[in-house]
Design a protein around this ligand. Structure first.
Ligand SMILES: *Cc1c(COP(=O)(O)O)cnc(C)c1O
Length: 426
């Protein structure tokens, strides 16, 4: 250990846990016994809060049946709008600019389909490191407009296979661009993009700016309204711990209220006239217009519980502060203890989301060896072990332990016992 590594002991990890103002939140989570859970950027764990909220709607369903739409507390009819209002401060939006609805991929379909206007320009700017479903949906929407996606998609390439340079995004934005649609945080390297600069550049070119916040919502604060982002989507089963397949979220800036959604449905109708059952759609004058069908209450209720945890933490800013301390500590440990690995995540806090990409040629097999030791991480091709010390339930000693396990796995070449073949969900 070198001098700089003197603070990287288990004792200092325990001291940081002892002074962590958020350490009590962990007791509200069902982190599987004996596991160091570092995969909350893929699926957050269950919590007593999510469980209570879910049991509450199950009880109401049993007791109220259809009366639950109006008589449940809170009522089911406006559940999506109400949850949107609770989420709004977490993304820096007005209450009526946010709603929970559909899945992330469906929300990309409806929002890109709504806001793509070939008269503004033909191109949609994306990047080469995007989460694939985003491209699948955008390409499908371009085909709906009779465009060849290979022509209309302008893909900003990565220079290093890990990150996207802001200047390369700006260089891709010109008068041929209708829309920029990018992630806030890249799912593999964890780079946090400069949402504000990109939005301004898009607007300067007469284009719209949309973002996929799946890897930042709940762990990185956003200022969507004041930055003027046009629209955004995200899921709630990652850092917001609302459960597998939980209802997703979306934001639409109020200047776009009243537009006709690409995927219209009765649940997006103005609530005052929804049950008039008119044959023509009358969009809600809010982000609520982008709901499609009946809200899946059982897939929305856990979020109502887990938002309590964020509020009790003091909001996303407090979670972000701890998250940065955890990832700083993780990066320092990797540098000090794991010289055979490379940190693929930007070191600058302003360019980093909530997880760290640890690169090694045997990453796939290392991720399996870690899992066998109870350290739950995931692998992303070609060479990344993603380690997500989610701030609501992860402590500094957990990070220390995860790196210790990794050190032992490398020392014993334990990963050699595993098949090189990759497949299935990791
Ligand atoms: C997790 C994730 C998704 C998931 O989309 P679903 O429709 O919920 O399956 C989409 N985009 C990004 C960037 C993600 O990280």
């Amino acid at each position: 250990m070198n001098d700089e590594g003197d603070h990287l002991t288990v004792e200092t990890a325990r001291e940081m846990d002892a002074t962590d103002p958020l350490s009590d939140l962990r007791d509200r989570f069902y982190v599987p016994d004996g596991e160091v859970y570092m995969d909350g950027n893929s699926l957050g764990p269950f919590s007593v809060d999510a469980e209570a909220a879910l049991e509450h709607v199950v009880d109401e369903w049993r007791e109220l049946a259809i009366h639950g739409w109006t008589d449940a507390d809170p009522d089911w009819f406006s559940y999506g709008e109400r949850l949107g209002g609770r989420l709004a401060p977490m993304v820096g939006a007005e209450a009526d600019e946010v709603v929970v609805a559909n899945s992330t991929t469906v929300n990309i379909h409806t929002l890109v389909g709504t806001f793509y206007d070939p008269d503004r320009g033909e191109k949609i700017v994306v990047d080469s490191l995007d989460f694939p479903t985003d491209h699948y949906a955008i390409r499908a929407q371009l085909r709906q407009f009779g465009r060849d996606p290979d022509d209309a998609l302008r893909v900003v390439e990565s220079r290093d296979g890990r990150t996207i340079e802001t200047e390369d995004v700006l260089a891709a934005i010109d008068e041929d661009v209708a829309m920029v649609f990018l992630p806030s945080v890249l799912y593999r390297s964890g780079q946090l993009l400069d949402v504000e600069t990109i939005t301004e550049a898009a607007h300067d070119a007469g284009a719209l700016a949309g973002f996929d916040l799946a890897h930042s919502v709940g762990v990185v604060p956003h200022d969507l309204s004041s930055v003027g982002v046009d629209f955004a989507v995200w899921c709630h089963y990652k850092y917001l711990n609302a459960g597998p397949g939980a209802i997703a979220g979306l934001y639409v800036n109020e200047r776009h209220f009243g537009v006709e959604p690409a995927l219209a449905g009765w649940w997006g109708n103005d609530k005052a006239t929804q049950f008039d059952m008119a044959m023509t759609y009358d969009p809600a004058h809010s982000a609520g217009a982008f709901q499609i069908g009946t809200i899946p209450i059982l897939a929305a209720a856990p979020l109502d519980g887990t938002l309590d945890i964020v509020e009790d933490a003091g909001g996303v800013a407090a979670l972000r502060e701890k998250s940065l301390a955890l990832t700083d500590y993780l990066i320092a440990l990797v540098d000090d203890r794991l010289p055979e690995c490379t940190v693929g995540t930007p070191r600058d806090a302003a360019s980093r989301g909530g997880h760290v990409a640890v690169e090694h040629p045997a990453a796939y097999r290392i991720s399996l060896a870690l899992k066998e030791r109870g350290v739950v991480v995931d692998f992303r091709p070609p060479n990344v072990v993603r380690i997500a010390p989610a701030p609501a339930y992860t402590g500094f000693e957990d990070v220390y332990r995860a790196v210790e396990h990794l050190r032992e796995i490398l020392d014993g070449e334990e990963y050699e016992q595993f098949d090189r073949q990759s497949g299935g969900v990791t």
